[in-house]
Write a new protein. Structure first.
Ligand code: DQA
Length: 142
């Protein structure tokens, strides 16, 4: 079985109520339930933290257990060399996801410290970005 971890960073626990004009009105838990139904043959795990070091610890813990990681690092995307280093260190392919189109927003959102360590990035497609990333890992495993 394919083991995939979805990791959400800071403030993404507030999806559903947080700036719904940008991030939509669905909670991640609601979306995740639908995602698991859509991919019954994939072991999908979900982790969220607002704490940079905890995200790094979780990435480390994926080693030897997880074949693909889908990471929305939230604002740490634009600030964290430590997260970039963690992605490079673990040797597991990571797809970067952003719900909003970060390239069409503030200048400071146009820089991603993690993008160059990831296999690819999906942004601006809403929550469906996570589903597309799952699809990518399935296709790669076939
Ligand atoms: C985000 C975009 C980031 O710039 C922002 O800080 C977030 C969410 C997104 O999913 O669109 O927290 O990663």
């Amino acid at each position: 079985m394919l083991h995939i971890a979805i990791i959400n960073g800071p403030n993404l626990n507030l999806l559903g109520t947080r700036e719904p004009h940008i991030y939509g009105s669905q909670t991640f838990e609601q979306y995740f339930t639908v995602l698991k139904e859509r991919f019954p043959n994939v072991d999908l795990q979900y982790y969220q933290s607002n704490v940079e070091g905890e995200l790094i610890n979780y990435l480390h813990n994926c080693m030897g257990k997880i074949q693909g990681i889908i990471l929305n690092a939230g604002a740490y995307t634009h600030t964290s060399i430590a997260l970039a280093d963690a992605i490079a260190a673990i040797g597991i392919p990571v797809v970067e996801v952003h719900i909003s189109n970060v390239l069409a927003r503030e200048e400071y959102r146009k820089t991603s410290f993690i993008a160059s360590k990831c296999v690819g990035s999906i942004c601006g497609l809403g929550l469906e970005g996570y589903g597309l990333a799952v699809q990518y890992f399935i296709g790669k495993a076939e």
